[in-house]
Design a protein around this ligand. Structure first.
Ligand SMILES: CCCCCCCCCC(=O)SCCNC(=O)CCNC(=O)[C@H](O)C(C)(C)COP(=O)(O)OP(=O)(O)OC[C@H]1O[C@@H](n2cnc3c(N)ncnc32)[C@H](O)[C@@H]1OP(=O)(O)O
Length: 164
């Protein structure tokens, strides 16, 4: 069996202090997202401080995980369809326009969870995505997310929100 080294999208976002996805936020959730075929995957293990009810994940934290996973994945997808690596130029960054989460059943806080996102449509600077959350193989939430490209280093009038 071959072991393929994963390429994590967040490792190509220097200066990212975001609570959900920033490598530069030591107090943050520090998610890591990567491609498995057409799906962007994030595996994450919680801590007790993120519980809602005992042993159940807080719904806002879950929404943050979905949100950040999808923003980073929208970015990675944009590079992918331009057939270039994540360390290439131009640099793109995305912000959440809309997120809708359907909480289907309680998500455990004491077991690893998996987020799987796919891009449904790219239209201009808007990327529409679907993201499912699984715990022990069971779906616990499904989300529709709209990511908007807010930074394009090709455009001189843009400011990179991740750099001070
Ligand atoms: C460069 C500065 C960046 C500032 C953002 C910092 C975000 C920090 C990271 C986060 O924490 S993200 C989580 C919170 N999200 C935000 O704070 C985003 C706040 N909202 C905005 O900054 C703007 O409303 C947004 C960038 C999302 C959109 O403004 P634009 O002026 O770029 O949108 P525009 O009016 O040009 O519309 C472009 C397309 O996107 C669609 N759109 C705009 N806002 C939308 C929205 N909120 N939801 C869904 N779709 C939206 C719009 O309909 C249109 O679609 P069509 O091309 O099909 O016509």
């Amino acid at each position: 069996m071959t072991t393929e080294e994963k390429i994590y999208f967040q490792d190509f976002m220097p200066g990212n202090v975001c609570f959900g996805c920033g490598n530069n936020n030591p107090e943050g959730l520090q998610i890591k997202s990567y491609w498995e075929g057409e799906e962007a995957v994030c595996r994450w293990s919680s801590e007790e401080k993120y519980h809602g009810w005992a042993n159940l994940l807080n719904g806002g934290i879950l929404a943050t995980l979905i949100d950040c996973h999808c923003m980073c994945s929208a970015m990675a997808y944009a590079y992918k369809i331009e057939n270039r690596s994540l360390d290439s130029n131009p640099v793109y960054r995305y912000a959440t326009g809309t997120i809708t989460v359907k909480y289907l059943r309680p998500t455990p806080n004491n077991k690893p969870i998996e987020l799987r996102a796919v891009v449904e449509e790219v239209k201009g600077k808007k990327t529409t995505m679907k993201c499912n959350v699984y715990a022990e193989g069971e779906i616990t939430a499904e989300a529709q997310v709209i990511a908007i490209r807010v930074f394009d280093s090709n455009q001189s009038n843009a400011g990179n929100p991740f750099v001070e």
